[in-house]
Design a protein around this ligand. Structure first.
Ligand SMILES: Nc1ncnc2c1ncn2[C@@H]1O[C@H](COP(=O)(O)OP(=O)(O)OP(=O)(O)O)[C@@H](O)[C@H]1O
Ligand SMILES: [Mg+2]
Length: 228
Protein backbone atom coordinates (compact mmCIF):
# COMPACT_ATOMS: atom_id res chain seq x y z
CA UNK A 1 0.00 0.00 0.00
CA UNK A 2 1.67 3.27 -1.16
CA UNK A 3 0.61 6.64 0.20
CA UNK A 4 0.95 9.78 -1.89
CA UNK A 5 0.87 13.40 -0.82
CA UNK A 6 -0.58 15.22 -3.75
CA UNK A 7 0.06 18.97 -3.52
CA UNK A 8 -0.60 19.01 0.22
CA UNK A 9 -0.78 22.32 2.07
CA UNK A 10 -1.58 22.77 5.74
CA UNK A 11 -1.82 25.86 7.95
CA UNK A 12 -2.51 26.40 11.62
CA UNK A 13 -4.00 29.32 13.47
CA UNK A 14 -1.30 30.95 15.59
CA UNK A 15 -3.35 33.36 17.69
CA UNK A 16 -4.98 35.61 15.10
CA UNK A 17 -2.57 34.67 12.35
CA UNK A 18 -2.66 31.82 9.94
CA UNK A 19 0.73 30.14 9.68
CA UNK A 20 1.60 27.79 6.85
CA UNK A 21 3.29 24.57 8.03
CA UNK A 22 3.30 22.55 4.80
CA UNK A 23 3.33 24.17 1.39
CA UNK A 24 2.28 22.19 -1.68
CA UNK A 25 4.11 18.98 -0.86
CA UNK A 26 3.99 16.19 -3.40
CA UNK A 27 5.66 12.96 -2.40
CA UNK A 28 5.03 9.21 -2.74
CA UNK A 29 5.81 6.90 0.18
CA UNK A 30 6.31 3.57 -1.58
CA UNK A 31 5.66 0.24 0.09
CA UNK A 32 7.54 -1.69 1.30
CA UNK A 33 10.03 0.83 2.59
CA UNK A 34 11.49 2.70 5.52
CA UNK A 35 11.11 6.49 5.43
CA UNK A 36 12.84 8.64 8.03
CA UNK A 37 11.53 12.20 8.41
CA UNK A 38 13.68 14.71 10.28
CA UNK A 39 13.35 18.45 10.85
CA UNK A 40 13.43 21.13 13.50
CA UNK A 41 11.02 20.99 16.41
CA UNK A 42 7.77 22.62 15.37
CA UNK A 43 8.47 22.21 11.63
CA UNK A 44 5.41 19.98 11.15
CA UNK A 45 6.64 16.38 11.32
CA UNK A 46 3.86 15.11 13.57
CA UNK A 47 1.42 17.05 11.39
CA UNK A 48 2.63 15.02 8.40
CA UNK A 49 2.01 11.72 10.22
CA UNK A 50 -1.46 12.89 11.22
CA UNK A 51 -2.28 13.85 7.62
CA UNK A 52 -1.00 10.47 6.43
CA UNK A 53 -3.56 8.62 8.54
CA UNK A 54 -6.51 11.01 8.31
CA UNK A 55 -6.21 12.33 11.86
CA UNK A 56 -5.95 15.72 10.16
CA UNK A 57 -7.41 16.90 6.88
CA UNK A 58 -5.22 18.77 4.42
CA UNK A 59 -6.14 22.38 3.77
CA UNK A 60 -5.36 21.83 0.11
CA UNK A 61 -4.47 18.78 -1.94
CA UNK A 62 -5.30 15.11 -1.53
CA UNK A 63 -3.72 12.16 0.23
CA UNK A 64 -3.99 9.12 -2.01
CA UNK A 65 -3.59 5.46 -1.27
CA UNK A 66 -2.57 2.93 -3.89
CA UNK A 67 -3.52 -0.68 -3.33
CA UNK A 68 -3.16 -3.35 -6.00
CA UNK A 69 -2.84 -0.68 -8.69
CA UNK A 70 -6.03 1.01 -7.61
CA UNK A 71 -5.88 4.59 -6.37
CA UNK A 72 -8.14 5.71 -3.52
CA UNK A 73 -8.69 9.06 -1.89
CA UNK A 74 -7.65 8.47 1.74
CA UNK A 75 -10.72 10.41 2.80
CA UNK A 76 -13.01 7.83 1.26
CA UNK A 77 -10.94 4.66 1.63
CA UNK A 78 -13.24 1.83 2.71
CA UNK A 79 -10.65 -0.21 4.61
CA UNK A 80 -9.17 2.71 6.50
CA UNK A 81 -9.58 1.24 10.01
CA UNK A 82 -7.50 -1.81 9.17
CA UNK A 83 -4.72 -0.03 7.34
CA UNK A 84 -2.73 1.95 9.90
CA UNK A 85 -0.91 1.40 13.16
CA UNK A 86 0.52 4.36 15.02
CA UNK A 87 3.37 4.50 17.54
CA UNK A 88 2.73 7.60 19.61
CA UNK A 89 5.42 9.77 21.13
CA UNK A 90 3.69 9.29 24.47
CA UNK A 91 3.56 5.49 24.59
CA UNK A 92 -0.09 4.52 24.63
CA UNK A 93 -0.60 1.29 26.55
CA UNK A 94 -3.59 0.26 28.60
CA UNK A 95 -2.17 0.93 32.05
CA UNK A 96 -4.75 -1.08 33.97
CA UNK A 97 -3.88 -4.26 32.04
CA UNK A 98 -0.66 -6.26 32.05
CA UNK A 99 1.72 -6.79 29.14
CA UNK A 100 0.10 -10.09 28.14
CA UNK A 101 -3.35 -8.52 27.83
CA UNK A 102 -2.08 -5.44 26.00
CA UNK A 103 -0.49 -7.63 23.35
CA UNK A 104 -3.29 -10.20 23.18
CA UNK A 105 -5.89 -7.50 22.65
CA UNK A 106 -3.93 -6.16 19.69
CA UNK A 107 -3.70 -9.63 18.14
CA UNK A 108 -7.43 -10.12 18.70
CA UNK A 109 -8.04 -6.82 16.92
CA UNK A 110 -5.95 -8.19 14.06
CA UNK A 111 -8.41 -11.11 13.81
CA UNK A 112 -6.83 -13.88 15.90
CA UNK A 113 -8.90 -15.98 18.31
CA UNK A 114 -8.22 -15.31 22.02
CA UNK A 115 -6.29 -18.60 22.20
CA UNK A 116 -4.06 -17.79 19.23
CA UNK A 117 -3.68 -14.17 20.36
CA UNK A 118 -2.26 -15.37 23.65
CA UNK A 119 0.04 -17.81 21.90
CA UNK A 120 1.33 -15.08 19.58
CA UNK A 121 1.87 -12.70 22.50
CA UNK A 122 4.02 -15.30 24.23
CA UNK A 123 5.99 -15.97 21.06
CA UNK A 124 6.64 -12.32 20.23
CA UNK A 125 7.85 -11.59 23.77
CA UNK A 126 10.17 -14.61 23.69
CA UNK A 127 11.54 -13.61 20.30
CA UNK A 128 12.33 -10.15 21.63
CA UNK A 129 13.81 -11.33 24.94
CA UNK A 130 10.99 -9.68 26.85
CA UNK A 131 9.18 -12.75 28.12
CA UNK A 132 10.06 -11.91 31.73
CA UNK A 133 7.56 -9.03 31.38
CA UNK A 134 4.66 -11.31 30.36
CA UNK A 135 2.56 -10.81 33.52
CA UNK A 136 3.85 -7.40 34.50
CA UNK A 137 1.51 -4.41 35.00
CA UNK A 138 2.22 -1.61 32.54
CA UNK A 139 2.68 0.83 35.42
CA UNK A 140 5.71 -1.14 36.63
CA UNK A 141 7.60 -0.99 33.31
CA UNK A 142 10.60 1.27 32.75
CA UNK A 143 10.47 3.86 29.95
CA UNK A 144 12.53 1.64 27.62
CA UNK A 145 10.40 -1.42 28.35
CA UNK A 146 7.24 0.58 27.75
CA UNK A 147 8.56 1.83 24.42
CA UNK A 148 9.44 -1.68 23.27
CA UNK A 149 6.12 -3.20 24.35
CA UNK A 150 4.27 -0.29 22.78
CA UNK A 151 6.02 -0.95 19.46
CA UNK A 152 5.29 -4.69 19.70
CA UNK A 153 1.65 -3.86 20.28
CA UNK A 154 1.49 -1.64 17.20
CA UNK A 155 3.19 -4.35 15.15
CA UNK A 156 0.75 -6.96 16.52
CA UNK A 157 -2.09 -5.14 14.78
CA UNK A 158 -0.52 -6.38 11.52
CA UNK A 159 -1.49 -3.31 9.52
CA UNK A 160 0.18 -2.61 6.17
CA UNK A 161 1.30 0.89 7.24
CA UNK A 162 3.11 1.76 10.47
CA UNK A 163 3.59 5.39 11.45
CA UNK A 164 5.97 6.07 14.33
CA UNK A 165 6.37 9.44 16.04
CA UNK A 166 9.77 9.66 17.72
CA UNK A 167 9.81 5.99 18.72
CA UNK A 168 13.31 6.26 20.21
CA UNK A 169 12.78 9.51 22.14
CA UNK A 170 14.05 9.36 25.72
CA UNK A 171 15.61 5.91 25.29
CA UNK A 172 19.14 4.74 26.01
CA UNK A 173 21.24 3.75 23.03
CA UNK A 174 20.70 -0.02 23.36
CA UNK A 175 16.91 0.22 23.57
CA UNK A 176 16.86 2.81 20.79
CA UNK A 177 18.90 0.54 18.51
CA UNK A 178 16.60 -2.42 19.25
CA UNK A 179 13.60 -0.34 18.21
CA UNK A 180 15.29 0.92 15.04
CA UNK A 181 16.19 -2.62 14.08
CA UNK A 182 12.63 -3.76 14.56
CA UNK A 183 11.31 -0.94 12.39
CA UNK A 184 13.92 -1.72 9.76
CA UNK A 185 12.95 -5.43 9.71
CA UNK A 186 9.27 -4.58 9.51
CA UNK A 187 9.88 -2.25 6.57
CA UNK A 188 11.01 -5.18 4.44
CA UNK A 189 7.32 -6.08 4.12
CA UNK A 190 5.39 -2.95 5.04
CA UNK A 191 5.40 0.80 4.69
CA UNK A 192 7.10 2.25 7.78
CA UNK A 193 7.31 6.02 8.21
CA UNK A 194 9.29 7.30 11.18
CA UNK A 195 9.63 10.82 12.54
CA UNK A 196 12.78 11.24 14.57
CA UNK A 197 15.36 13.61 16.00
CA UNK A 198 17.86 10.72 15.99
CA UNK A 199 18.70 10.34 12.33
CA UNK A 200 22.11 8.81 13.19
CA UNK A 201 20.43 5.72 14.60
CA UNK A 202 18.98 4.93 11.18
CA UNK A 203 22.01 5.86 9.08
CA UNK A 204 23.29 2.26 9.16
CA UNK A 205 20.33 1.10 7.08
CA UNK A 206 21.17 1.22 3.38
CA UNK A 207 17.62 1.04 2.13
CA UNK A 208 16.13 3.81 4.27
CA UNK A 209 14.94 6.98 2.57
CA UNK A 210 15.74 10.17 4.50
CA UNK A 211 13.61 13.29 4.19
CA UNK A 212 14.11 16.71 5.75
CA UNK A 213 11.10 18.89 6.52
CA UNK A 214 12.34 22.43 6.08
CA UNK A 215 10.67 25.67 4.93
CA UNK A 216 7.33 23.86 4.60
CA UNK A 217 8.69 21.31 2.10
CA UNK A 218 10.04 17.77 2.19
CA UNK A 219 13.57 17.49 0.84
CA UNK A 220 15.40 14.26 0.04
CA UNK A 221 18.63 14.10 2.05
CA UNK A 222 21.33 11.49 2.36
CA UNK A 223 21.97 9.50 5.51
CA UNK A 224 24.33 12.21 6.81
CA UNK A 225 21.64 14.86 6.57
CA UNK A 226 22.92 16.57 3.43
CA UNK A 227 20.40 17.59 0.76
CA UNK A 228 20.79 15.36 -2.28
N1 LIG B 1 -3.96 22.46 16.91
C1 LIG B 1 -2.97 23.34 16.79
N2 LIG B 1 -3.19 24.66 16.97
C2 LIG B 1 -2.18 25.55 16.84
N3 LIG B 1 -0.93 25.21 16.50
C3 LIG B 1 -0.67 23.92 16.30
C4 LIG B 1 -1.65 22.91 16.43
N4 LIG B 1 -1.08 21.72 16.17
C5 LIG B 1 0.20 21.98 15.89
N5 LIG B 1 0.46 23.29 15.95
C6 LIG B 1 1.75 23.95 15.69
O1 LIG B 1 2.17 23.51 14.42
C7 LIG B 1 3.59 23.40 14.37
C8 LIG B 1 3.96 22.03 13.88
O2 LIG B 1 3.60 21.09 14.88
P1 LIG B 1 4.13 19.59 14.86
O3 LIG B 1 3.63 18.95 16.10
O4 LIG B 1 3.77 18.97 13.57
O5 LIG B 1 5.72 19.80 14.93
P2 LIG B 1 6.89 18.72 15.01
O6 LIG B 1 7.77 18.93 13.84
O7 LIG B 1 6.30 17.37 15.19
O8 LIG B 1 7.66 19.17 16.34
P3 LIG B 1 8.42 18.28 17.45
O9 LIG B 1 9.72 17.84 16.81
O10 LIG B 1 8.65 19.25 18.56
O11 LIG B 1 7.51 17.15 17.86
C9 LIG B 1 4.08 23.74 15.77
O12 LIG B 1 4.51 25.08 15.78
C10 LIG B 1 2.86 23.55 16.65
O13 LIG B 1 2.89 24.40 17.77
MG1 LIG C 1 6.24 16.02 16.83
Amino acid sequence: MDITFNNISYSILDGENKRMILNQITYCFKSPGLFIIVGASGSGKTTILHLLCRMLKPEKGVVELTQQNQVFNLDKFFNFGKSFAFVYQKKLLLGFLNVRDNLSLAYELAGYSPFLALKKSREVLKKNNLFHLFSRKITTLSGGEKARISLLRSIALERPVLLADEPTGELDLVNAQLICHQLYSLAKEKLVIVVTHNQDLFSIYDNATFLLLNEQKLWPINRYGVKS
